[in-house]
Design a protein around this ligand. Structure first.
Ligand code: ZN
Length: 352
């Protein structure tokens, strides 16, 4: 009998500690709904089935690979997301909603999101470029500078593209408030003809002070892949983005406008693809971008409707031609800048 009583006491203690834990969690998440958070996607299948002539970014494929290699990464990314949503919920309330700043996003393109006032001003991003080719001078200084110029244009909303007439997105394009400066160029003569998407080029030529600098590797990736990025929360030894030389800076062709780098930096700043790499119920965690169940290519006419709403095909985080990409939204701006706020995953870059 004594033994039974002891067991019951032990069980009671377990129940007590469990319920205390639950209280803690539910209290902590009062303002932050993380129920739609995801990290793994079907990108491995989606990207490999894409035709060689269409745009392909391997950031989500690389993320799947990194998640498998590093069991702690999912938790780190959850924490980054939690911090982002908490900050936006506190400071970026959509007007007329009475609060909430929906980190999960409603998927409604008519949602108006206010830019958060984060007191960070224009955030300067110093950039190191690693050119890795058999002839490392094949990417000229002027090509590199042309890329910096495109970034400064795209992230301040002063580019020359125009929205297709009749869209409902005219008021959503925003100045994200970032400025990029070239801090240095490293040229590596290397005869390897393609580097793939498994971070091999980063192992061969490690990033330089990734805590304070954006590192960009320019090399031939192979397989028709334009680029890939590492999301905030990943290992610093592989932090940065990789872009194929044909798509870096102002070159030629439909992806020659320098916007592959804009797109990859979007990921590096914590933006997901605008269609959420899934079906209609998968969001990109941004309230003022419409939901979609697929990427768009080429230069689509408006409206291109999926998931009952017109897709924002002209957003930098879709797969359209460079000349048909136009904008980040206020919701995307808030999400990117949250990474640089105190406690954010890239806060160490501010003021560097
Ligand atoms: Zn991408």
């Amino acid at each position: 009998m004594k033994k039974v009583l002891l067991s019951m006491a032990a069980i009671a203690m377990i129940f007590t500690s469990c319920s205390e834990n639950e209280n803690e969690i539910s209290q902590d998440q009062t303002n932050v709904d993380m129920s739609d958070f995801y990290v793994y996607t079907d990108a491995d299948i989606d990207e490999s089935s894409r035709s060689a002539n269409s745009k392909s970014c391997y950031s989500m494929v690389n993320l799947n690979r990194q998640l498998n290699l590093n069991p702690g990464l999912e938790k780190k990314m959850y924490d980054v997301e939690y911090h982002t949503r908490k900050l936006i919920a506190g400071k970026g309330k959509p007007p007329g909603t009475g609060g909430g700043g929906s980190g999960g996003g409603s998927g409604d393109s008519d949602v108006d999101v206010l830019p958060i006032d984060d007191n960070l001003g224009v955030i300067n991003i110093p950039v190191y470029v690693h050119v890795v080719y058999a002839d490392a001078n094949s990417i000229s200084n002027s090509q590199i500078q042309s890329q910096i110029n495109v970034l400064n244009s795209d992230f301040s909303n002063t580019n020359v593209n125009q929205l297709p007439s009749g869209t409902t997105f005219e008021n959503d394009a925003t100045n994200a408030g970032f400025q990029f400066t070239l801090a240095g160029t490293f040229r590596h003569n290397d005869s390897r003809s393609s580097w793939g998407t498994n971070d091999a080029v980063k192992s061969a030529y490690p990033p330089v002070t990734p805590e304070t600098h954006l590192n960009i590797w320019v090399c031939n990736i192979g397989g028709g892949i334009l680029g890939y990025a590492q999301f905030p929360g990943g290992n610093s030894s592989t932090d940065g983005i990789v872009v194929g030389g044909d798509y870096f800076g102002v070159t030629s062709g439909v992806y020659g406008g320098g916007r592959t780098t804009t797109h990859e930096i979007g990921h590096y700043f914590n933006l997901r693809h605008i269609w959420g790499d899934g079906r209609c119920n998968r969001d990109d965690f941004v309230a003022d971008t419409p939901k979609s169940d697929r990427s768009n290519g080429g230069c689509p006419t408006y409206p291109t409707v999926h998931c009952k709403d017109a897709d924002m095909t002209m957003n930098y985080m879709d797969y359209t031609y460079d000349s048909c990409m136009y904008m980040f939204t206020d919701g995307q701006r808030n999400r990117m800048r949250a990474i640089f706020a105190p406690g954010g995953a890239r806060a160490s870059m501010v003021g560097s």
